[in-house]
Write a protein that binds this ligand. Structure first.
Ligand code: URA
Length: 216
């Protein structure tokens, strides 16, 4: 099988800057939240570059007729933040995609087995087959949560080739699982880290993204 999984790490100074702020253990919760909002904004800007459906139009400027391009309103666009930590990216994403629907998905991992379970699912039973989905999952660690999210989404009609994942820190175990099961996926992340510790945390990572974003 040819693996086509594409993991993009955009070389943008703003992404690097906000990643450094988020990683610093001395960053207080309110600034951490700002860093995640900015990372959500710039990573989703990169992720939507070749993914948003467009349509040609002609328009009248004050001086003459001109050709233009609009976002196609007929193609549904959905944003799926994986709670809790995915919520920290949402504000930035909504700035650039105000027309998207937001479908919350609450997944929690058991701290002993590291297995996820779903406690909230606001997805429709069936999606339009052309729906574009942006999944917000800041920490791609063991891959348990993102694999569960992908399973739920594909069962409801989502085509993996139309999915983009926005992450902040990605680790090899999650990328390996995704590439084996969903080789056509596109992932946008601020950095790929070395690996996980024995509690399933990414090292060096940024700690518990949910706790840091929500001050718990
Ligand atoms: N979830 C987090 O918030 N941090 C990690 O390092 C791994 C999973």
């Amino acid at each position: 099988m040819t693996l086509q999984l594409r993991v993009y790490v955009p070389e943008h100074p703003l992404i690097k800057h906000w990643l450094a702020v988020a990683r610093d253990a001395g960053t207080p919760s309110v600034l951490f939240k700002t860093a995640m909002t900015e990372l959500g904004r710039w990573l989703s800007y990169e992720a939507t570059r070749t993914w948003l459906p467009t349509m040609p139009t002609t328009l009248q400027t004050p001086l003459a007729q001109a050709d233009g391009t609009l976002i196609d309103p007929e193609v549904p666009i959905g944003v799926v933040p994986i709670l809790r930590a995915g919520l920290a990216l949402l504000d930035g994403v909504q700035h650039i995609l105000p027309i998207a629907s937001t479908y919350h998905l609450g997944l929690v991992r058991n701290e002993e087995t590291l297995e996820p379970s779903c406690y909230l699912n606001k997805l429709p039973q069936k999606f339009h087959p052309q729906t574009r989905i942006l999944i917000l999952e800041p920490m791609l660690a063991t891959g348990g949560s993102i694999m569960m999210a992908m399973e739920i989404l594909t069962q409801r009609g989502i085509d993996p080739t139309l999915v983009r994942i926005v992450s902040v820190v990605a680790a090899p175990p999650a990328l390996k699982k995704l590439s084996e099961h969903y080789p056509s996926l596109n992932i946008y992340t601020a950095i790929i880290d070395e690996g996980l510790n024995n509690r399933g945390y990414i090292v060096p990572g940024l700690g518990d993204a949910g706790d840091r974003a929500f001050g718990t």
